[in-house]
Design a protein around this ligand. Sequence first.
Ligand code: HEM
Length: 396
Amino acid sequence: STAPRSGLSRRRLLTGSAAVLGAAGVGAAAASAASRPDHHSPTVPFFGTHQAGVATAPQAHAQFLALDLRPGLGADEAMALLRLWTTDAARLTAGTPALADTEPELAHAPARLTVTVGFGPTFFDRVGRADRRPASVTPLPPLRIDRLEPRWSGGDLLLRVGSDDPVTLAHAVRVLGKNVRTLATLRWSQRGFRHAVGTHPSGQTMRNLMGHLDGTVNPAPGPDLDGLVWHDGTAQPWFAGGTTMVVRRIRMLLDTWDELDPDARDLTMGRRQDNGAPLTGTSEHDEPDFTRTREGIPIIPANAHIARAHARTPAERFLRQAYNYDDPPPPGRTSEAGLIFVAYQRDVVEQFLPVQRRLAEADALNTWTTPIGSAVFAIPPGVRSDDEYLGQTLFE
Ligand code: HEM
């Protein structure tokens, strides 16, 4: 019969270790599991001059969400929302459950969790601070390659949540979303991934779903990156320590890309798919030589992606951070994959736009890629102590 058996298991439970653990004990057990040497779960500091999640080495998983303030709401409600997000982000990124967290068990392994908040062009109008919008935080001009869909574009507010653990990430996104649901509604959400931790040597460039190493040419962390990315506060003092972010959802047409032979793929990119070397070099980090010819023909074609994208002035550089997406395809198609292309720079118009315009004009890659989403955000400076909230300087 089942009755005695369930009685037995109940007794076992009561005399077993679970019975001696109260609610606090369960939390402590989970925390110690996360800190055992084989379960070390690293954290990224939340407090600092800049928000984490920009210059942070990209986590394996990231979710990008755009939200809109609910109709009729303004600065007071925006400040309330930013206070809630600050409190939640400070706790979750440290591996501490949010206040009144209904799934505290999902918070104990942050796995380098970061939460980054941004303000879209419309946000400055909504909160009555139009005069404080950084000049380049405005939608990109129309580009002839664009097939933008409203469901992937724009937004008052941006959340970038990154973690090496997808469960931790899902929990953080859930907490941040539900705690502000009376103040803002979701406009779009995009989930992206890079290689899982431990599958590739750390520091190795990631591969996108076309097969190429993606992220080779990027400013080095330190003075180079700092000078290109962080705003110094001229023109907009409240924005010192902030940056701007471009998010482009770019579909890859993998079915037709598959039809290209390896040489054609390499000529399209200007680099070899196998090791990422420029066609004029032998290894990934060799400097490409765009002037070299063979029988009068440029070795790297003038319309190769890297030839068009390469900075032509020192100002035209920015930090790229690509994430792959691979979603269920619509009926009749075999793939719905691409890149969540993210760029950070002090100024979108001076640094990013000249490159984006050149690509829109004549990038060979355009045949196999289609931008379907686009958004630009100001990423306010970081929070230095727990009596400040994200974006506070905008309202002072
Ligand atoms: C370089 C892929 C879109 C800007 C590269 C490289 C690959 C790549 C494989 C060479 C390795 C590297 O340096 O990372 C792609 C794919 C795209 C895409 C698959 C779309 C699906 C864009 C966009 C921009 C951009 C939209 C900017 C508007 C750059 C820059 C470089 C580069 C600046 C470095 C060029 C150099 O100086 O050598 N991209 N990219 N890419 N890409 Fe893209």
